[in-house]
Design a protein around this ligand. Structure first.
Ligand code: PEP
Length: 252
């Protein structure tokens, strides 16, 4: 059976001391909450990983980097590799976020390499995909999603696939306050599960966790998470306040 997951993506927010306080608050809230029905992960800037790892119980709150390099080591000034991320004790990495694809020109081929290196380093990958408003209006949602997923992930073995979590994040809904309706999101999630079934078989598809991301908050999470193919969320803005984030965690 697949897991439900709620993962935060802090993006480029908080100083290290602020991040440590936020992580402590999330960790404490998770420890004190009864009957949480999902795994909880926080995605934090590279600079925060080591300090945050020290204040969370990694068995209750997973820890993600928001990116990793497409090389393992060497003369790549400013880059942080997957083995470096893993050495902090983090257990996840978010790859393919639309902000990375859009602002830093990350291509499908580059992401394929990053995915391979992350899995090799023992990290689980939260792999983001999603269409722009222009692409949605041109009726290209399925083509975009299929290309993003197949070009960067479908070379993986079934065993490797068990460490992949997909996050569907329509670009027009990220940080805009404009959520996809639960029906719009479910339609794409079901399509993604179908793609996975074609490639890896129905059992693997049924075991794959597919998250929704895009202006998800405590008020809309229950309706989104009630859909059969929506297994949780990747949360940006609302992950920066422990109370809002926990409002989403407890939405199942
Ligand atoms: C994100 O960046 O992954 C995201 C979903 O952001 P927000 O929740 O702020 O829309």
């Amino acid at each position: 059976m697949r897991k439900n997951i709620v993962a935060g993506n802090w993006k480029m927010n908080t100083t290290v001391p602020e991040g440590v306080e936020l992580a402590k608050a999330v960790n404490e809230a998770v420890a004190n909450a009864n009957g949480i029905k999902c795994d909880v992960v926080i995605g934090v800037p590279f600079t925060h990983l080591t300090a945050v790892k020290q204040v969370i119980d990694i068995n209750k709150v997973g820890l993600a980097a928001e990116n990793c390099a497409d090389h393992n080591s060497g003369a790549y000034t400013g880059e942080v590799s997957a083995p470096m991320v893993a050495s902090t004790g983090a257990n996840y990495v978010i790859l393919g976020h639309s902000e990375r694809r859009g602002y830093y020109n990350e291509t499908a081929q580059m992401l394929k390499t990053k995915v391979d290196l992350a899995l090799e380093a023992g990290l689980k990958v939260i792999f983001c995909c999603g269409e722009s408003l222009e692409e949605r209006e041109a009726g290209k949602v399925e083509d975009i999603i299929k290309a993003e997923i197949s070009e960067s992930l479908f070379h993986l073995t079934t065993e490797q696939w068990s460490n992949i979590v997909i996050a569907y994040e329509p670009i027009w809904a990220i940080g805009t306050g404009k959520t996809a309706t639960s029906d719009q999101a479910e339609e794409v999630h079901a399509f993604i599960r179908g793609l996975v079934a074609q490639q890896y078989g129905q059992q693997v598809a049924d075991d794959t966790t597919i998250l929704y991301g895009g202006s998800c908050k405590p008020s809309n999470a229950p309706e989104l998470f009630a859909k059969p193919d929506i297994d949780g969320g990747l949360i940006g803005g609302a992950s920066l306040k422990a109370a809002d984030f926990m409002g989403i965690v407890t939405a199942f």
